[in-house]
Ligand binder design. Sequence first.
Ligand code: PGA
Length: 259
Amino acid sequence: MANKFLVVGNWKMDLSHKAALEVAGAIKKMLAGIYLDVDVVIAPSFTSLPAVATKLAKNEKVQLGAQNVHWEEGGAWTGEVSVSQLTPFARWCIVGHSERRQLVGETDEQVRAKVYVLQKHGLTPIVCVGETADERNRGETVSKITRQATAIFTQQTGVSVSRLVIAYEPIWAIGTGETPDPAEAAQTMLLIRKIAAEKLGAEAAEKIRILYGGSVNAGNAADFVSEPGVDGVLVGGASVKSAEFVNIVKAVEKIERTF
Ligand code: PGA
């Protein structure tokens, strides 16, 4: 059976608390009357999670995610947020975003530890992988993705894969308006699934949802999810504009899954 499509909005640090509540309210309202066979997740900043959770209470259509978590379950980690601090509010969590890997120096090991702790507490990690423009130009996309994906799948079991999402985000496509050819992106995503199959078996690998991310908007979302093996999109800039985000959800919803 094909995986259910997933659309994730990564709000980064883009919205004030007030604006986060307004955008969440607007998305909830716009999706209210329509049939939706797509999982929709928004990921506000930590500080807005409780209030956005209250705003979305009893709303089945829009779920909440966090943008990061610490790999330790507790302890002396000033300024960090643990998984048990997230569980009252969020069911999903982005980890290993390129902005964290590049700017904060997050390693494959740390990303793997975050995946582990999230799954242990019943949250679904959305793990980002992707190559820089330089790596792409040097022909290193396959080796980079292989390294990052192998690190994630090494500890997975057949049970946890149904609660695992990988987002392929070419770093050069993030926030730039540039996108890869959808068929080319799908090839790289196929590589991720092949690595999963080698490590976990074909059946388990099929259950992992693999998203495309990087300059997704309402005009191009359908092109990506029409490709075989693409289970949805991770949206940054376009996700803080409520109408645009809802149009992305609607564009994905329209795609008939034939794969
Ligand atoms: P973008 O960001 O959609 O603004 O390119 C995507 C992301 O960083 O997840």
